[in-house]
Design a protein around this ligand. Structure first.
Ligand code: PGA
Length: 257
């Protein structure tokens, strides 16, 4: 059994007041969810403190969207894993395609961040995924394999237990065009196979693989019922408390395996 993990990636949305308002409504809505999957909310750094306060005593976990790979120093504008840990953060999204695309984050940097997050006793949500041109060109598996190998290089299988992989086809992010459940399942099965090749079957079987890209209440149930889809990373549809609660409600608590 793999516990499902449903995570909200707010991206650059919501100020402090909006963050507090979200949690008032969201935590109220969560009262109607029984036997939920693990739930993680990742606000922008500026909202983490307010979110941590709102989540005191709640089972909902706090996540950050980015991190630097050094503990401290002359890195203007950056935030370290140690700082995130001190705020009560549990998860850090690493290697989101928007970071790769707009901020020049290459696999070498992603791999350093993964290692730093793990050595800071935090969990990683590692994002990988292909562009539309890569999918159309028939190289999806090649791209995924390259990212997995580069981003997880040098880790032990004990460390893998603290990693969640989010499969996020770039053509599905923010476009309203989600991968079909079959496309998601195929990619997830391939990711698991590749991870098994690096860390062994047992570690790969225990790995949570989320799907991300235009997940909404109307498609979450079907995507989350695929045998290798162990959760969702939700952008736009996580910004409204009701729609995020509906997505959580449509998820089984765990993947049978
Ligand atoms: P989306 O974003 O749900 O708005 O498509 C998902 C993501 O980028 O994590």
């Amino acid at each position: 059994m793999r516990k499902k993990i449903i995570a909200a990636n707010w991206k650059m949305n919501k100020d402090v007041k909006e963050t507090t308002e979200f949690f008032d409504a969201f935590l109220n809505g969560m009262k109607s969810v029984d036997n939920p999957a693990e739930v993680v909310v990742c606000p922008p750094s500026i909202g983490l403190h307010a979110a941590a306060k709102a989540l005191q005593g709640s089972a909902v976990k706090l996540g950050a969207q980015n991190v630097h790979y050094e503990d401290d120093g002359a890195y203007t504008g950056e935030v370290s894993a140690r700082m995130l840990k001190s705020l009560g953060v549990d998860y850090v999204i690493v290697g989101h395609s928007e970071r790769r695309q707009y901020f020049g984050e290459v696999d070498e940097v992603v791999a350093k961040k993964v290692k730093k997050v793990l050595s800071s006793d935090l969990r990683v949500i590692l994002c990988i995924g292909e562009t539309l041109a890569e999918r159309d060109g028939g190289v999806t598996e090649k791209v995924l394999e390259r990212q997995i190998k580069a981003d997880l290089e040098g880790l032990t299988k004990e460390q893998l237990a603290f990693i969640v992989i989010a499969y996020e086809p770039i053509w599905a992010i923010g476009t309203g065009r989600n991968a079909t459940p079959q496309q998601a399942e195929e990619a997830h099965a391939f990711i698991r196979k590749t991870v098994a090749g690096m860390f062994g079957n047992e570690a790969a079987d225990a790995l949570t693989i989320q799907y991300g890209g235009s997940v909404k209440p109307g498609n979450a149930g079907e995507l989350l019922s695929q045998p290798d889809v162990d959760g969702a990373l939700v952008g736009g549809a996580s910004l409204k408390p009701d729609s995020f609660v509906d997505i959580i409600k449509s998820s089984p608590a765990a993947t049978k395996g």
